[in-house]
Write a protein that binds this ligand. Sequence first.
Ligand SMILES: *[C@@H]1O[C@H](CO)[C@@H](O)[C@H](O)[C@H]1NC(C)=O
Ligand SMILES: *[C@@H]1O[C@H](CO)[C@@H](O)[C@H](O)[C@H]1NC(C)=O
Length: 208
Amino acid sequence: MKKLQTDTFFSKVSFLSSSVNDIVAVGPESFYATNDYYFTDFIMRFFEMFFGLKWTNVVYYSPGAVRQVATGFHNANGIAMSNDQRYIYIVDITGHTINIFEKHADWSLTPVKVVQLETLIDNLSVDPLTGDIWTAAHPNFFKLFAYNTEDLPGSEVIRIQNIHSDNPIVTTVYANNGSVLQASSCAAVYDNKLLVGTAFHKALYCQL
Ligand SMILES: *[C@@H]1O[C@H](CO)[C@@H](O)[C@H](O)[C@H]1NC(C)=O
Ligand SMILES: *[C@@H]1O[C@H](CO)[C@@H](O)[C@H](O)[C@H]1NC(C)=O
């Protein structure tokens, strides 16, 4: 019986982890994870993108428990938690949005608001002092996948202030055409310094 329960648990974990992209820890042994595709098969993923299906999700994991807590994203990607630990921020990269959810005591999530952005933002980080959201974006998704040394994928760093207010302030703090930094995927600040990471290129360290 114990064995059966363990097998059921792991088959559920594998079913709910079709394509884990990012996680945010919410306890010593628990976390939320985003899946950026619904399908695991390459051809099916092509159709998923082509038809713009909004089937990807966010899953909550803890020892012995796993369940879907949010769905309806084109490609759920970066995920982070607000400094007061009340909200979870979820990127839908091809949907061009950051989705704010309220986190409840039973770990369920309810939608609060959606912030629309222009570029394709990837991972998120939250400034530990101000609560501002820092993220790196891909100005052009196609250039990321069809890598061409003559036409490099660029980089962008975006800061979002007051995301919970009616008028969040979105600032492009850094932008480059690929000559310095290609395919930026995460940005984090600490002590007036900015660190920008990339999907396959180098990292950039800046003084703010
Ligand atoms: C950022 O996102 C990319 C792709 O979406 C992922 O492969 C990578 O592990 C992430 N990096 C961090 C630091 O979260
Ligand atoms: C990219 O930016 C650099 C520096 O700003 C510039 O010298 C270069 O001509 C640009 N390259 C392209 C392809 O636009």
